[in-house]
Design a protein. Structure first.
Length: 242
């Protein structure tokens, strides 16, 4: 891996508009399991498939079951940023990184200090009343109650995460496209690049420094200018920044 890291460091030193695009693998080193690995969430057994539970239709029709699963499997209040999150925050502070585009909903990039974080799938740290629109930041409204969380108006409170059957936020998506299109280096890490439309964002990169850091193969491996099949925390944590 030494030669690959040397190349990565050189490209990073020479670049000024770096964008990072990441997925669940970025947070596994913080103790948050991913969805699609051999031991991931989708391989576990429940009364309903996780894909069904995490759908808009299920949320509306069976909110009690939705929140039972959501509290048990989607919230990790004890998780802390790992070496990958911290390295990306330092890159932004050094004026190298222009944006983090993430499929994760855990808020760990912001906890590490990153400012321009584009959350494609929303965040567990934001919640909204479906009736009056009142905002409930943080996890307390979910973790501090049992059953279905209700607003002071009586409305059902929904986590601001994109469920199956829901569209991505247009403004976030447009900002991600703009950032990736303007990047002189794109680092993709911790994602299988198998979920669309998020995976299709890579197609907007126009440069020649596409770096893929993922322990398992992705559909974009053949298009990568640099491919590193190592843990992303170890890779990013080893970079010389500033």
């Amino acid at each position: 891996m030494n030669s690959a890291l040397t190349t990565l460091q050189q490209w990073l030193d020479e670049s000024s508009r770096v964008v990072f695009f990441g997925g669940a693998g970025v947070s596994t080193e913080s103790g948050i399991p991913d969805f699609r690995s051999e031991d991931g969430l989708y391989r576990q057994k429940y009364d309903y498939p996780p894909e069904a539970i995490l759908s808009h239709e299920f949320f509306v029709s069976k909110p009690e079951e939705f929140f039972r699963f959501y509290r048990d499997k989607m919230l990790y209040p004890g998780a802390r940023p790992n070496a990958a999150h911290l390295a990306l925050a330092k890159l932004e502070q050094a004026g190298k990184l222009t944006a983090v585009v993430t499929q994760n909903i855990d808020g760990l990039h912001q906890a590490a200090g990153s400012r321009n974080v584009l959350e494609l799938h929303g965040s567990v740290l934001r919640n909204t009343c479906t009736r009056c629109g009142k905002r409930y930041p943080g996890l307390d409204i979910i973790t501090g109650t049992a059953g279905v969380p209700r607003c002071s108006c009586g409305g059902l409170i929904k986590p601001d995460v994109v469920l199956y059957g829901e569209m991505l936020d247009d403004q976030v998506l447009d900002s991600a496209v703009a950032a990736i299109s303007a990047a002189d280096m794109l680092i993709v890490g911790g994602t299988s690049l198998g979920v669309y439309p998020a995976a299709g964002l890579v197609d907007y990169y126009r440069g020649h420094r596409l770096v893929l850091i993922n322990k398992s193969p992705t559909p974009y491996d053949s298009r990568a200018d640099l491919l590193i099949a190592e843990p992303i925390g170890a890779v990013l944590g080893s970079l010389r920044i500033g």
